[in-house]
Design a binder for this molecule. Structure first.
Ligand code: LMR
Length: 396
């Protein structure tokens, strides 16, 4: 039965974790996967999460099945966070939101729904993009192409290229956009550029699918979410995948969501009914714990304030590490200007290092980043940064 099964390649991101775990190098540093670690190299368990868990434990509840679309209070919390409490689309009841297994789960529910709705549509992702975007939409049955995004020679956005490619896309093309903290490059559009993208998407009749996996890691929760408001204000229907893996440090709980902005309440009810079929036929309904924790934090003013403060501290520490990285590389003798690292936002730096250099970093120094040159600066700390800078200096 399985003799024809070929060996699949390792996942380009999560596969590095396996390699890292097997590496005996005592100095090894994992800058591969997008995970935030504190200055002691520890994965944080946020105080707001601990308080919410304590409160939940004090009133233990039996674990029945959740509704197919998840915990109602969780979905309400997501809606308020993504669209703003009291915003027009929420008041009109025209947003369908479902709890999902992380941001990836939200993307996949949306992809499967879109494939049924419009089987011949094409998908465009940024060049480069999160590796799993291409894989996920391809697995959902789509032909996946790219729009220009990053110019390696100038180490900056290729905004003209992006706009030209969106203008050339056929109506109905699904365009995957990173709402903030572009993964892997760390370069985001500014507000004026977003307005141009929104206008182009509207003029061409494209289908915007916003991936918001890092809300709060660029400027702040509201600031990073403003992009969604631009699409809504233009009267566009759109998809938004949300992840709380990073912002709540709840990676293993798989807490995310998919929101679909529809024309009116009736349409949202019909869309929701179809999203529920996708969920039911994949995993029936979501798990309880992570969603309950996030719902508790989002629904409680003081826990919510604590979350903002903790998220702000993560954001601040990442920014500090960017500065230290630039200074450390200079001190280690790297002559090329690395200031671009502080112009990037979010968890990653697109270092510009080649595949060969990244492989040398891994094999000779135990410093793990992806082959594309992406490094997770959120895993740097005051103890490992000098070692990482020395290692990079030796390979460039
Ligand atoms: C990443 O890009 O490293 C994260 O989004 C984790 C993942 O699932 O790939």
């Amino acid at each position: 039965l399985f003799s024809a099964v070929t060996m699949a390649p390792r996942d380009p991101i999560l596969g590095l974790n396996e390699q890292f775990a097997a590496d005996p190098n005592p100095n090894k540093v994992n800058l591969g996967v997008g995970v935030y670690f504190d200055d002691n190299g520890k994965l944080p368990l946020l105080q707001c999460v601990q308080s919410a868990e304590k409160a939940l434990m004090e009133q233990p509840t039996p674990r029945g099945y959740l509704p197919i679309d998840g915990i109602p209070a969780y979905n309400a919390g997501v809606k308020n966070l993504v669209f703003g409490a009291g915003s027009e689309p929420l008041q009109s009841g025209r947003v369908a939101t479902v709890q999902a297994l992380g941001g990836t789960g939200g993307l996949k529910i949306g992809a499967d729904f879109l494939k049924k709705l419009n089987p011949s549509a094409k998908v465009l992702i940024s060049d480069p993009s999160w590796e799993n975007h291409r894989a996920l939409f391809t697995q959902a049955g789509f032909e996946v192409g790219t729009y220009r995004y990053y110019d390696a020679t100038t180490r900056s956005l290729n905004f003209e290229g992006m706009l030209a490619d969106l203008k050339a896309a056929a109506p109905g093309t699904i365009v995957v956009l990173h709402a903030c903290c572009h993964n892997p490059t760390g370069y985001d559009l500014d507000a004026a550029q977003w307005s141009q993208v929104v206008a182009t998407v509207q003029a061409r009749g494209l289908v915007p699918f916003l991936d918001m996996a890092y809300q709060g890691f660029a400027q702040g929760i509201a600031e990073d979410g403003a992009v969604v408001g631009k699409f809504v204000a233009a009267g566009l229907q759109c998809f938004v995948a949300t992840s709380f893996s990073k912002s709540f440090s709840l990676y293993g709980e798989r807490v995310g969501a998919l929101s679909v902005v529809c024309a009116d309440q009736d349409e949202a009810a019909r869309v929701l009914s179809q999203l529920k079929i996708v969920i039911r036929t994949n995993y029936s309904n979501p798990p309880t714990h992570g969603g309950a924790v996030v719902a508790k934090v989002l629904g409680d003013a003081s826990l919510r304030a604590q979350w903002e403060q903790e998220l702000g501290a993560m954001r601040g520490r990442i920014k500090l590490m960017r500065q230290k990285l630039v200074e450390g590389l200079r001190a280690a003798g790297v002559r090329q200007n690395m200031d671009f690292i502080t112009r990037q936002v979010g968890m990653f730096s697109y270092s510009g290092l080649s595949k060969e250099q990244m492989q040398r970093l891994r094999s000779e120094f135990g410093v793990y980043g992806t082959d594309t040159g992406r490094m997770c600066v959120a895993a740097l700390n005051s103890k490992n940064i000098d070692y990482v800078c020395q290692a990079i200096a030796k390979v460039v």
